[in-house]
Every structure is written in structure tokens, then in C-alpha cells.
Ligand binder design. Structure first.
Ligand code: ADP
Length: 521
């Protein structure tokens, strides 16, 4: 039995009985077999280090509030998840052993989809598949923006500032209005939701006064029970572009050629330059390509590229909008990218916005689970730990970081599936999976060591991560050292003010309540 810290088995049993009386006996899970469902199957090391004590699944906002009240009385740490599919960053796993997972996936109503104004209001359990199917079934001319695995929660992904691949890729930026249960059980609505029955909840983010929405993202200050999210109007034309680069050193020139097009809005969605190994992950197992220990030896690369019809890099982005505008932009793009060394001709797949093939994937907001084919790569119980640094969109930086990281990954025995994506016009967020077999303890721990060393390198250059696995949140927070960690000190002052009992997600993002600072790694 795993217990919350400082709680006796007797009090835990009592608390669980109270939780059962709120949500129903079937919706509190304490048995070993049940709890397995919330453990992170991709934990880089021993997942039981942060084992949950129980999971509770309320069905309404009132039940969430009642659970929070019980948690305050017994000092039960609660870890809210929407669908808990945050894999590669911790899944549903808490940061503190003995925490109770507060699973919100039963709250799965799509409360509104507004075609006229382009937004939806959803509960935490609504997945990208749910929202996509709803829109298709109703024939609405709206597109969603989804991350690679479509089973994730629309709300949960925005809470972690997740990224997709249409022009609406920055999910935190598309959020508009929240309903939040505070750590003391009070209920607030942000934005125009602060006015009863406002027709503007999904339209205008700013209330009269300060805004707090960003404070609830990547934090442990509230449980979000409803969220407005903007949806893109279906474009008349969608043109998916790809350009292969036959030279390793073409990465830098391509980033420099793409940057102005992103900055001036010619390319509106993340433009990514993916390495051959990034392309190969979903197509083969490591063993099929090279049956030896460690990373694939460099001297084999030219032969592999030839055999598998791959190029060193593959650049992908799309154009969206009226036919005439897309055609004009295609001309501009061809001219700007054609002179990159080793660049092949631009390949374009054009379709009408309402007839986009499923194969267009996340660039057209089509959710799927296709990304999981990459898990076959390492063999065994294929897993990944994502290392997601943020850089300025500069060719020189991309080349230098590529060379450094490739060497570092290989030294630790891992292939380096690099992708340099100009996610926002002003930065690259480079989600890089460290692929490992979760049943191979040695390999899982090596993945963690690589992550930490790579992260340490970022700090020496003033870079950081946009998101990180729960196992390393303390270290990533620690790297934000300006003025004796003033940002963490601010976060923890707010934490103690809003959550005096320290019940909500202790340790998330490296932010600990006063009484538990000793828990910091
Ligand atoms: P997804 O399944 O969409 O990947 P998760 O449900 O796993 O997302 O959520 C990812 C993380 O975001 C959680 O671990 C939690 O820290 C935070 N989070 C998700 N949903 C909520 C919520 N409704 N309220 C507060 N925090 C949340």
C-alpha cells in the first residue's frame, strides 16, 4: 500500500471512504491492479519512486469541489489530469509519491462549438478525436489543431502548452476563458466568463482587471474544469509542401530561408526540418536498420539513405487560404527555398479544405495514433522521453546544436532523431524523442542521464525546455536561476497563498508548497 506523506493508514482509509461517498464507490481506485492504469509506462527509471496512492474520478464540478474539500481536511495531495495521456512527459504520474490522481476524463462534454465565431468550450475529458468527430458529424467548417496522438485531451494539452501543426499550433495561445476549481475549493471563471451568461466567453480573453489564465498553465494552482479554445475556419485550399535536402549541412541554410517566411506570415504553420532518422523512426525498427549496440554508426548513413530512399533532411510545412493567395505564396516559397544547397524540387499536395485526405495528418488537424509506430524503433516495450529545447530560429544555432546534440546522444548510445521546427515565428521548439525500451532498466536510466546532460548544456547557452517529464521538473526549474531563483520564489509565494494546505500537485513544475520544500530533488 502506498500512502500520502504523513498520513496514517487509518486516516487514509477514512479519507478514501469520504471520497467514495462523493463520487460513488466505483470511482475511487486503490487496488494495485487499478493503480497500474495511471503509472507512467514510459517512466525513465523506477516509476514507483512517485507511485500514486489512489485515483479518484469525479463526474461533475461539484464533485471536484467536494473532493478538494476532503483533500484539504486530510492533507491529501491531488494530481489533476484530464485524460492522463501526457506520455514522454510523465503520463498521469504525479511528482510526489503517495499523491492521489484526480482523473477528470468522465467530465467529457463538448459544451459548445461555435462555427460563426470559431471556438469551442470543452470539459477536460474531451479528446481531439471527440472534437474532430463532433465537427465532422455536424458538417461545421472548422478545423481543430491537434498534437500527434489524437487521444489526448484538448484542455489538458493546452494546460501543458502543447503544440500542433496548423496555424493554430500554439494551444496555450488559442485558449480563451477557463473555469477553475481553486485549491481551497472555490470556483472562478476567467476572461469574459467572469460575467454570468456572457456570450463572449469564447471570444475575448481579457476581463476587466488582471488576467490569470497563464498562471494556471504548467503550474499547480488550480483544477481547470472548462476551457474555451479557438478553432480555425476551414481554408478554401490546403497545400502541403515538402522539400528534401540531400546534404547534411543544408540544415542551417534551410532554417535561415524559412525564418523570414514564418516571420512575415507567408508560412503560417510550424515549418519543420526533420532528420533522416526522425523520418525513419516510424518506418522500421532499429534492429532492421542496424543490428548492433549503441547508435547507428555514421559511416552507414549514406548507404541507409540510399536503401530507404531518404534524404538527410526533410522540410515540411503547409499553406492555407484562398486559392489565389496560396498560389501566389507557393511562387514565393519556391523561389526562397529553391536555392538552399542540396534542395530538391518542392513537392506540393493540394486539396480543397473540405476534402483533405486523412494522410495530411496534424498539418490539417486530422487526429490519429499513427505517431505510436515510432515506438517500434528501440524494440522491447518501446518508449520515449522527450527532450524539447527552445532556440532562436537561426541556421547557425541549429547547425551548432545539431552537431553538439548528435555527438552527445551517440556518446550515450542513442540515435538522435533531430527535428528543428520553427514552431512560432520567433522560436524553434525542438521536440526530440530519446527512444528506449522501458523493460531495459539500464537503457531507461541511460535515457534519463542523457536528458540531464543535454539539459545542462542548454543552461550554458541560456536556453531551456518548453516542457519536461515529471521526473526532472526540479532540475528544469532549478535552471531558471536569475536573481536567486526569483521566478520560483514568486511561484511558491503564490502557491502558498492559494493553496495553504499544499494539496494541489506538490512538486509539479518544481514548485513545492512551504511544508514540502524538502521534497525538492
Ligand atoms: P493529455 O492527456 O492531453 O496529454 P493530461 O491529462 O495528461 O494531458 O494532462 C497533462 C498535465 O496537464 C497533467 O499532468 C496536469 O499537470 C495538467 N492538467 C491537465 N488537465 C488539467 C486540469 N484539468 N486542471 C489542472 N491541470 C491539468
Amino acid at each position: 500500500m502506498t500512502l500520502p506523506p504523513k498520513l496514517s493508514a487509518r486516516d487514509f482509509t477514512r479519507a478514501v471512504a469520504e471520497l467514495r461517498s462523493i463520487v460513488g464507490a466505483d470511482w475511487v481506485f486503490t487496488e494495485e491492479d487499478d493503480r497500474q492504469a495511471w503509472r507512467d509506462p514510459m517512466f525513465p527509471g523506477d516509476a514507483r519512486r512517485v507511485d500514486l496512492s489512489a485515483a479518484v474520478a469525479p463526474a461533475t464540478v461539484q464533485e471536484v469541489q467536494a473532493v478538494v474539500k476532503v483533500a484539504n481536511r486530510y492533507r491529501l495531495p491531488l494530481w489533476p489530469v484530464s485524460t492522463g495521456k501526457n506520455y514522454a512527459y510523465g503520463g498521469a504520474s504525479p511528482a510526489l509519491k503517495g499523491t492521489i490522481v484526480l482523473d477528470l476524463k468522465r467530465m467529457n462534454r463538448i459544451l459548445e462549438v461555435n462555427e460563426q465565431y470559431g471556438y469551442a468550450i470543452v470539459e477536460p475529458g474531451v479528446t481531439y478525436f471527440d472534437l474532430y468527430r463532433h465537427i465532422k458529424a455536424k458538417g461545421l467548417k472548422l478545423w481543430i489543431d491537434c498534437p500527434s496522438p489524437g487521444w489526448a485531451s484538448v484542455l489538458g494539452n493546452a494546460m501543458e502548452r502543447g503544440l500542433g501543426n496548423t496555424p493554430y499550433s500554439d494551444h496555450a495561445a488559442q485558449q480563451c476563458g477557463m473555469e477553475v476549481v481553486l485549491p481551497t475549493g472555490d470556483l472562478v471563471r476567467t476572461g469574459m466568463g467572469a460575467i454570468e451568461n456572457s456570450p463572449l466567453w469564447g471570444l475575448q480573453k481579457n476581463p476587466f482587471g488582471p488576467t490569470f489564465d497563464g498562471m494556471f498553465m504548467q503550474s499547480n494552482l488550480g483544477i481547470v474544469t472548462k476551457m474555451g479554445i479557438w478553432l480555425m475556419p476551414e481554408p478554401e485550399v490546403f497545400a502541403q509542401c515538402n522539400i528534401r535536402l540531400q546534404r547534411e549541412d543544408a540544415l542551417g541554410p534551410m532554417i535561415d530561408a524559412l525564418r523570414p517566411l514564418r516571420l512575415n506570415g507567408t508560412i503560417q504553420n510550424p515549418a519543420s526540418v526533420r532528420s533522416w532518422i526522425g523520418m525513419l523512426l516510424g518506418q522500421a525498427t532499429k534492429k532492421e536498420v542496424h543490428d548492433g549496440p549503441g547508435a547507428i554508426p555514421r559511416e552507414l548513413v549514406p548507404q541507409i539513405l540510399q536503401q530507404r530512399n531518404l534524404s538527410w533532411w526533410s522540410t515540411g510545412f503547409s499553406l492555407y487560404g484562398y486559392e489565389e493567395v496560396v498560389e501566389a505564396n507557393l511562387k514565393v516559397v519556391r523561389k526562397a527555398l529553391g536555392s538552399v544547397p542540396g534542395a530538391e524540387a518542392l513537392s506540393v499536395r493540394k486539396s480543397a479544405g473540405d476534402k483533405v485526405p486523412d494522410s495530411a495528418g496534424t498539418q490539417a488537424g486530422v487526429p490519429s495514433l499513427g505517431a505510436f509506430s515510432t515506438l517500434n524503433w528501440p524494440g522491447g516495450r518501446g518508449s520515449h522521453l522527450d527532450f524539447s529545447p527552445v532556440y532562436e530560429p537561426s541556421g547557425a544555432v541549429a547547425m551548432a546544436e545539431y552537431q553538439f546534440m548528435r555527438e552527445l546522444f551517440e556518446r550515450h548510445g542513442f540515435d538522435f532523431p533531430a527535428t528543428y521546427s520553427i514552431t512560432s515565428p520567433r522560436y524553434m521548439a525542438c521536440v526530440t524523442p530519446i527512444m528506449f525500451d522501458a523493460d531495459n532498466r539500464q537503457q531507461a536510466e541511460a535515457a534519463g542521464r542523457l536528458f540531464l546532460e543535454a539539459h545542462q548544456h542548454l543552461g550554458t547557452k541560456g536556453y531551456g525546455l518548453y516542457r519536461a517529464h515529471v521526473a526532472f521538473m526540479d532540475q528544469v526549474q532549478q535552471a531558471q536561476g536569475f536573481n536567486q531563483h526569483a521566478l520560483r520564489r514568486l511561484s511558491e509565494r503564490i502557491k502558498d497563498a492559494l493553496d495553504p494546505q499544499g494539496i494541489l500537485a506538490p512538486g509539479k513544475q518544481g514548485i513545492w508548497p512551504k511544508a514540502m520544500k524538502g521534497g525538492r530533488a
